[in-house]
Design a protein around this ligand. Sequence first.
Ligand SMILES: Nc1nc2c(c(=O)[nH]1)N(C=O)[C@@H](CNc1ccc(C(=O)N[C@@H](CCC(=O)O)C(=O)O)cc1)CN2
Ligand SMILES: Nc1ncnc2c1ncn2[C@@H]1O[C@H](COP(=O)(O)OP(=O)(O)OP(=O)(O)O)[C@@H](O)[C@H]1O
Length: 190
Amino acid sequence: MIDTDAIAARKRAIRSDMRAARAAFAHSVDARAIVPPPAYLERLAARPIVATYLPIGGEADPALLVDSARAAGCTLALPFVTSRAEPIRFVIWDEGVPLESGPFGLRQPPADACTIDPAIVLVPLVAFDARCHRLGQGAGHYDRALAARSRAWRLGVAWSMQQVESVPVDAFDVPLDAIVTERDYLEGRS
Ligand SMILES: Nc1nc2c(c(=O)[nH]1)N(C=O)[C@@H](CNc1ccc(C(=O)N[C@@H](CCC(=O)O)C(=O)O)cc1)CN2
Ligand SMILES: Nc1ncnc2c1ncn2[C@@H]1O[C@H](COP(=O)(O)OP(=O)(O)OP(=O)(O)O)[C@@H](O)[C@H]1O
């Protein structure tokens, strides 16, 4: 369909521009610049399972959000990916078990790590807009994972320079509940 093709082409263009700009920006910023917002800290009191990610390619680093979750006694999860085509699953991040090398330069728990269902998902992204729409890596990994977990609270983590006027949206794109950057905290409509 023409419309779908046009959206896909705009997504590809934003992805390629933003990946390059983000990698350059990440060199100039303190990796621990993103401070946990109050709405996130409040949710940690119930000790939810929190899915995080290990940054690649200049992605914003959720390190301080992970520290807060650990300090609150939460269980941490990481995505486990096998290929572009296969859906991801979230597995327990046990600090006592060494991470292994996975696809796309990712470090991840071993394949036999226990699958768990997070109540909070810290979501990496390539670009976002003021309505909390997100553009990811283009494999649909997070869109599929988030669609399967509609009750999870979805917090995007990004550098402020990743904000664009408007992210092109397909029917299957799952918007975020909120986004935190080194400068701002914004909430979607939900
Ligand atoms: N840190 C992190 N972990 C993650 C993701 C992510 O976006 N970031 N994922 C999100 O889905 C899943 C992995 N999926 C991925 C799918 C495609 C590509 C990818 O196409 N990478 C490009 C290079 C990107 C760059 O230059 O920055 C490539 O290999 O060509 C990467 C991850 C789960 N784990
Ligand atoms: N719920 C879903 N079920 C099956 N396929 C899906 C689903 N959501 C997205 N996809 C597929 O994922 C592909 C990539 O979508 P899109 O370009 O929006 O990825 P993205 O949002 O940038 O990436 P990601 O979600 O991996 O971070 C599309 O071809 C789409 O068909």
